[in-house]
Write a new protein. Structure first.
Lengths: 114, 110
């Protein structure tokens, strides 16, 4: 029944140790997004994939990368996590080109950096 | 870029009360969504409402696009309505890049 799935739900990593967060979807949507949400703040878009085309936000640090091997999966790679990267990471999907372009969010992965 | 302001930032009510949450935005939009973020952090879609009025049970929303605001109404509040309510707007075609307001934290006391 789940539509947007994120694994793991909680991730603990060490300062500077690369980490990968996973998102999958059963909606067959062509757009996938990654947002970062820090404590008591609004979600902030990091980047999105429109089909295979990667679109980075101008202020997203180079430390953050993404991969989309197929329609269903998208990964967020943090190459060298710092303490400031501790946050909730939210994956979302939408069906671009449709007039009701609702974004559907996964449950999020809460990242702790020690 | 587009600015999104939500008010009030915090709202504390007793169970059974009604509430109105407001979202102002600084430019024309073609996407506006209301979300409820539950205590576990998941964003739950409430409404996709770039214009007009919609109702879903005890919740309803109205967007007046020409005046650049949207309202979320919650009637007969329940403790399970507690959480943060976000308004998010998008202006692009195709892939929608949502810009979120800062949210309204709603607490419903029994």
């Amino acid at each position: 029944d789940a539509m947007v799935i994120q694994n793991p739900r909680y991730q603990v990593t060490q300062f500077g140790k690369p980490v990968t967060l996973s998102c999958s979807q059963t909606l067959n949507h062509n757009v996938m997004y990654w947002y970062q949400q820090k404590s008591s703040q609004a979600p902030k878009l990091l980047f999105h994939y429109y089909d295979k085309d990667f679109n980075n936000e101008a202020d997203t640090p180079d430390n953050f990368q993404s991969r989309r091997p197929n329609t269903s999966f998208c990964f967020l790679d943090i190459r060298s996590p710092g303490l400031g990267d501790a946050a909730m990471y939210l994956c979302a999907t939408s069906r671009a080109g449709h007039h009701t372009d609702t974004q559907y969010f996964g449950p999020g992965t809460r990242l702790t950096v020690l | 870029g587009i600015q999104v302001e939500q008010s009030p930032p915090d709202l504390i009510l007793q169970e059974g009360a009604n509430s109105t949450l407001r979202c102002n935005f600084s430019d024309s939009v073609n996407n506006l969504q209301w979300f409820h973020q539950n205590p576990w952090g998941q964003l739950i879609n409430l409404f996709y409402i770039p214009s007009g009025t919609k109702q879903n049970g005890r919740l309803s929303a109205t967007t007046v696009a020409t005046e650049r605001y949207s309202l979320l109404y919650i009637s007969s509040s329940q403790t399970t309505d507690s959480g943060v309510y976000f308004c998010a707007v998008g202006v692009s075609q195709g892939a929608q890049k949502l810009v979120f307001g800062q949210g309204t934290r709603l607490t419903i006391n029994p």
